[in-house]
Write a protein that binds this ligand. Structure first.
Ligand code: ATP
Length: 460
């Protein structure tokens, strides 16, 4: 592997043209859903294709992992590493520890790469925090923790959450080896000395571009970092996207890091077919969504809105009209959030209406459809679109890539549908199409049979 002029390693190739699997598991009555066997076969095809992000020339044994971790990996049903795992793991496990900035498309196994590093670096005989991982949402932190506990199943690892409402104010010092949480709570717990930072050797930021962005969680993340030991700390930053405005900061945050980065045109995964639907106006979007309901429930689907109140309003209206949907956003209380995402993860709910809170990282293999009810937008200063000096007018390309990446996980097929309803939204989608370099195809809105035919075709 060679570094280029910027210190980045050879880019990971896109999986373009790889024969992807059909939509994933459940739904025994659905003809959209292929058997697990078929998914395995096509996954093996992709993992053998050097152009796929799932390809690896090596085995997990060759990556220098401890036997107990290999047992955990195989117990999870992984047979071969993905490209990011193959490339990043040997660099992250080598001594002396080196920082890493790792980029790879959505759903290509970044979590396992950093979780295996945390588990490899922990001294299980010492009952104190040694690795911490931050994520932008409690849902993602909980998911990462599941991976830590599954991969570490054959080790004596102890884990603890740093998420709201988990540890009481008067909790004694945390003795767990690995702590996973969100930045605000993690920083609080360190400040209160409930988490002793002195033994921390590994600091991971998942969705790192979002965690470092000053318009996002940047301040809180920096606060956590400033509380950690300076010497010998290994910093690992992972994301599917690293936009230019955080890239420099990421390099300063994780000095002298090994870097694995994607080319711009490789950002989105090719197993996801992107569509759009013309809606007559804002109100018509609701009717189009209701029309789609039968298709949304074939597998599972996530509907993204810009605002919490939109998610709640649509969910309440659909429920009143006899449809079964759930809504999830950051204004709900933590216990309710946990139960909503758990119900969705377990397939008890099929349609989740939400905001950007779960745009990143959430890994639910059965999700074969993502709907952008509202396109993701970001604040643009002086756009002239109202508000003092700016407006939410600019398409948020990174969020778009992460949102559609909730489907098409690890070689599976998926569909995304954008609702456009006026000139402005049309132009915003056009900008997204240009920036991602992937075609977004029109689907006839009124003709349900045609919609179904196109979607089935896309999922084949
Ligand atoms: N080597 C492997 N073999 C088989 N499955 C794998 C392997 N590595 C990861 N997976 C599975 O692939 C799915 C996606 O992995 P993961 O959630 O880590 O993706 P990611 O790259 O972090 O995506 P995102 O950018 O959306 O956060 C998970 O269900 C995970 O269990």
């Amino acid at each position: 592997m060679e570094k280029d002029a910027d210190g980045f390693y050879t880019p990971i190739a896109d999986g373009a043209g790889a024969s992807a699997a059909a939509a994933s598991q459940p739904g025994p009555n659905s003809d959209l859903i292929k058997s697990t066997f078929e998914v395995d076969v096509t996954l093996a095809d992709q993992q053998g294709d050097p152009n796929s992000p799932l390809f690896s020339a090596k085995t997990f044994e060759e990556l220098g992992l401890h036997n107990d971790l290999l047992k955990g990996i195989y117990d999870m049903g992984f047979t071969k590493p993905s490209k990011i795992q193959e490339r990043a793991l040997p660099l992250m496990l080598s001594n002396p520890p080196t920082n890493m900035i790792g980029q790879s498309q959505s759903g290509t196994g970044k979590t396992a790469a950093f979780v295996l590093t945390m588990l490899s670096r922990v001294d299980f005989s010492k009952p104190q925090p040694q690795a911490i991982c931050l994520a932008p949402s409690r849902e993602l932190a909980r998911q990462i923790m599941t991976v830590v506990n599954s991969m570490g199943k054959f080790t004596p690892v102890q884990t603890e959450y740093a998420i709201k409402d988990n540890l009481a104010r008067d909790s004694g010092p945390v003795k767990a080896h690995i702590v996973v949480g969100t930045p605000g709570t993690m920083s609080d717990l360190i400040r209160k000395r409930i988490i002793d930072p002195s033994g921390i050797k590994v600091f991971v930021l998942d969705e790192a571009d979002n965690m470092l962005d000053q318009d996002g969680l940047g301040d809180q993340t920096l606060r956590v970092k400033n509380q950690l030991p300076r010497d010998g700390l290994q910093i690992l930053l992972f994301s599917a996207t690293f936009p230019d405005h955080v890239r420099n900061f990421a390099s300063k945050f994780a000095p002298n890091a090994n870097k694995i980065e994607l080319k711009k045109e490789e950002l989105s995964i090719s197993g996801i077919r992107q569509f759009y639907m013309d809606c007559k106006n804002e109100e018509d979007k609701y009717d189009v969504l209701v029309h789609l309901y039968a298709l949304l429930t074939i597998g599972q689907s996530i509907i993204f809105c810009q605002h919490k109140h939109t998610a709640d309003r649509i969910a309440a209206r659909m429920t009143a009209e006899g449809h079964k949907v759930a809504s999830l956003h950051g204004a709900k209380d933590p216990a309710e959030r946990d139960s909503i995402i758990d119900n969705f993860r377990d397939g008890r709910e099929k349609v989740l209406i939400t905001t950007n809170v779960i745009a990143r990282g959430i890994d639910i293999l059965q999700v074969n459809m993502v709907v952008n009810y509202d396109l993701p937008l970001m604040y643009e200063r002086n756009s002239g679109g109202g508000g003092p000096g700016g407006a939410f007018d600019k398409p948020d390309i990174e969020t778009y890539i992460h949102r559609i990446g909730r489907t098409g996980r690890f070689g599976r097929r998926g569909i995304s549908i954008n609702f456009v309803h006026d000139k402005k939204t049309w132009q915003q989608m056009d900008q997204i199409e240009k920036a991602t370099g992937k075609q977004i195809t029109r689907i006839e809105t009124g003709d349900v049979d045609e919609m179904e035919r196109k979607m089935k075709e896309a999922l084949k």
